[in-house]
Design a protein around this ligand. Structure first.
Ligand code: ADP
Length: 430
């Protein structure tokens, strides 16, 4: 990357330097040419025919006097006799024609040009002055060493700037890569923020996922251990014949109860893991939520009756796209909780109705309620407000986590209102 930045900077700089050098030479040469021509005109004016001989040995300027027929009368640079007729030289022809003329021709000397100015004298002869001056190429070549020096300096600067820029660009990324845990403390420039924020979020998500997996594993182990320890204890006593016949049935019952708890726990764990991986979520079809609730109602009402709780159902038909199995799980979990955490002679009301294109399922009870500070946490895996009551009533601490998962799969929402001593109301919108 650094190399690429350097190469680009160098190319841009060289192009810029060359373009500047060429255009400056071009403009400057135009001015220089004008100046040479102007000088020649002034000098021609000063010389006049009479003082020509004074320039015999002047090597800076060539003076030629041409007669009306084009023959050369005098030339301070060559023998006038040997020179050919000058009438057809453009500047001479112009002078005869219009009084003055000028032209520029390539010199015999490399990279030089000769500037001519000719003027008609009162006596009919033409006086021509000529001077050699640098050509544009000559001028450009003379600044070439300077250009090379500037380019070398620029290449050095580009390498330095390229290094500095890449360091500056990469510094936050390097810092973050070295320690992603402190990514939020690394200060980044504006353009990098969206990328860095995304990385930070993902890193946080990964950390949270790892943390909750670790918590979950620890919780699962703990939850499994309790009933297994009880089973092992009861079985050990029976094995060592320490249980009288009268108590054997009770002990066998305890073993069965704990085994049932293990089964419920394992079922719930498997279900959560399936939902996590979107496995076994059932086929999504058009189903009537009210009809599903009515199907479950009989069984739930019997469950409630066993505990002196009155379960009622009201509502209207609500068609949703969902899996029937998941809706059964959702309703059962919420109503079972309503029954489990209720008071004697309490009530649980199931309500299904439509609201703004959504199906709304409300399960309200007149039970013990949930303290405000624990209301958010009850959806966490294995979180229980009253542990012993949950265990006694066959709870696993996973019911509401499963409910929340099912609602998320449907892109729905779940709200919980509860007041200790008065009851709880859970509203699910799908
Ligand atoms: P559990 O299997 O223990 O019922 P849940 O995930 O279903 O697990 O619920 C978590 C905890 O939230 C329960 O242990 C209970 O303390 C509390 N809870 C759930 N529903 C109710 C309710 N309707 N009334 C009072 N407390 C509730």
């Amino acid at each position: 990357m650094e190399q690429r930045i350097n190469i680009r900077l160098i190319i841009i700089s060289i192009v810029a330097v060359m373009a500047t050098a060429v255009s400056v030479t071009f403009v400057y040469y135009e001015l220089f040419q004008e100046q040479v021509k102007k000088d020649l005109r002034i000098e021609a004016g000063l010389i006049g025919e009479n003082s020509i001989t004074e320039y015999e040995d002047n090597e800076n300027i060539r003076i030629t006097l041409i007669a009306g027929d084009g023959s050369v009368l005098f030339d301070n640079d060559a023998d006038a006799q040997t020179l050919s007729n000058h009438k057809d030289r453009p500047e001479v022809a112009d002078a005869f024609d219009k009084g003055s003329g000028e032209s520029v021709r390539k010199s015999d000397t490399m990279n030089m040009r000769t500037f001519y100015y000719a003027m008609l004298l009162p006596n009919g002869n033409v006086l021509r002055v000529a001077k050699e001056a640098r050509s544009m190429m000559n001028m450009f070549l003379s600044v070439f060493p300077v250009i090379i020096l500037v380019v070398a300096a620029i290449i050095f600067l580009c390498v330095m700037i390229g290094y500095y820029l890449t360091q500056k660009l990469l510094q936050p990324i390097k810092e973050m890569a070295e320690n992603l845990d402190y990514a939020s403390e690394v200060s980044v420039y504006r353009e990098l923020s969206p990328f860095v924020d995304r990385i930070r979020e993902q890193h946080e998500d990964i950390l949270n996922a790892v943390r909750s997996r670790q918590d979950f594993t620890a919780n699962v182990s703990h939850e499994l251990k309790t009933p297994l320890t009880a089973i092992s204890g009861y079985a050990g006593l029976i094995e060592n014949e320490m249980v009288g016949e009268d108590k054997q049935v009770r002990f066998a019952g305890e073993i069965r109860k704990n085994a049932d708890r293990l089964i419920s726990l394992i079922n719930d764990i498997i279900r959560l893991s399936e939902l996590d991986h979107n496995d076994c979520v059932g086929e999504f079809t058009q189903i009537d939520l009210y009809e599903v609730a009515r199907d479950r109602y009989e069984l739930l009402r019997d469950n409630g009756r066993d505990k002196n709780i009155e379960v009622s159902l009201e509502g209207e038909s609500c068609i949703i796209t969902s899996s029937r199995a998941m809706m059964i799980e959702l309703i059962d979990n919420l109503v079972q909780n309503g029954i489990r955490y209720n008071v004697p002679n309490g009530r649980v009301t199931i309500q299904v109705h439509k609201s703004e294109n959504q199906a709304v399922l409300t399960v309200a009870d007149t039970g013990i309620g949930i303290p405000k500070e624990e209301q958010d946490r009850v959806f966490e895996r294995f979180y229980r407000v009253d542990k012993s009551r949950s265990r006694e009533t066959g709870g696993t601490g996973l019911g509401l986590a499963i409910v929340k998962h099912i609602v998320e799969i449907h892109d729905g929402s779940i709200e919980l209102e509860s007041e200790p001593g008065k009851g709880t109301r859970i509203v699910v919108k799908l």
